[in-house]
Design a protein around this ligand. Structure first.
Ligand SMILES: Nc1ncnc2c1ncn2[C@@H]1O[C@H](COP(=O)(O)OP(=O)(O)OP(=O)(O)O)[C@@H](O)[C@H]1O
Length: 297
């Protein structure tokens, strides 16, 4: 007789609109007890998903399904890098950047069908110092945007735009960074350094449309500090995919970059849409090719 498949669902009840539709009853209608054993756990606080993944691994799970947005996916997936246990995703976040890139349907029944089909593939994983990222990471404007987004507690596109405006007009001293890439190095006073594994930031917006989750490369966008008018024009050109019109906007692909500041002892960064302060003088951002097993449509 075939072994029952053990599926562990980790649900963030506050993701997106804060009303998760994933319930034990619903899961049992999709996954009959004759073929599957199902465990469903709801996260009670930030980083709780990490503990829940370890419990699922102890229980010999065949699959861990993250039900939430990029933040929840990051917490779950970070524990599965280089593991043979695949990650499943039920998109329930606000932005849903990674799941959009993976073309996982937002419709719950269709997303559950992807889980049922159990088609396993592997994607690249980004790493910034000791932290993994699956969508993107950034320094400067986007880190400030996420900081204000988290403070506002409005997990909507409107909240995101408001946080963007606050970050944009914030008076903040930026320090010059030395960027090391391959054999080259150059200095930049950054307005934005954005490094993406995926081709979508969430809310269907992209400033790295050529990024692929399976090319073994990270897509980098760098904008230097400039006056507010240029900031508006350059940022808009990025969203409209016309950044090549402006020489000062650098876009390139790489498997590793290092950032170093002379005076800096801490970096404010966003990692998959979560704000973090890294106490360090140097940052290394690199890609770990095909290091996460994941269910694809
Ligand atoms: N019960 C809880 N109470 C408060 N925060 C929680 C709880 N459970 C999980 N979290 C935290 O909620 C944060 C946001 O989750 P998530 O990213 O999944 O949703 P989202 O922000 O709506 O989606 P996206 O990142 O796609 O925009 C994560 O940092 C996670 O750790």
């Amino acid at each position: 007789m075939n072994k029952l498949k053990q599926l562990h669902f980790i649900v963030n009840p506050i993701s997106g609109k804060g009303k998760s539709l994933v319930t034990e009853k619903l899961l049992h209608t999709h996954f009959p007890t004759s073929e599957y054993t199902i465990d469903i756990q709801f996260t009670k606080f930030k980083k709780h998903a990490i503990e829940l993944v370890h419990e699922a691994i102890q229980a010999n799970t065949d699959l861990i399904v993250a039900c939430g947005g990029d933040g929840t996916i990051n917490e779950v997936a970070s524990q599965l890098v280089n593991s043979k246990i695949p990650l499943g995703i039920i998109p329930q976040g606000s932005g849903n950047g990674l799941s959009s890139n993976l073309k996982i349907p937002r419709n719950l029944d269709q997303a559950l069908q992807v889980i049922k089909n159990f088609k396993v593939d592997a994607i690249d994983v980004g790493k910034i110092n000791d932290h993994f990222f699956f969508s993107n990471t950034g320094i400067g404007f986007d880190a400030s945007l996420i900081k204000h987004y988290e403070l506002s507690q409005k997990r909507t596109l409107k909240g995101y735009i408001q946080a963007g405006l606050t970050a944009f007009f914030e008076k903040k001293k930026s320090e010059a960074l030395l960027v090391k890439k391959d054999e080259n190095q150059f200095s930049i006073l950054p307005f934005l350094i954005f490094v993406s594994n995926s081709n979508e930031m969430g809310y269907r917006m992209s400033i790295t449309p050529k990024a692929s989750l399976q090319d073994g490369l990270l897509d980098v966008v760098m904008i230097p500090q400039t006056n507010p008018i240029n900031k508006v024009i350059w940022s808009t050109s990025l969203l409209l995919k016309k950044s090549h019109w402006f020489q000062k906007i650098q876009t390139f692909q790489t498997n590793k970059i290092q950032l170093e500041g002379e005076e800096i002892t801490e970096f404010e960064v966003q990692i998959d849409g979560e704000f973090k302060t890294l106490l360090t003088k140097e940052i290394t951002i690199q890609v770990l090719p095909k290091s996460l097993k994941i269910l694809m449509p």
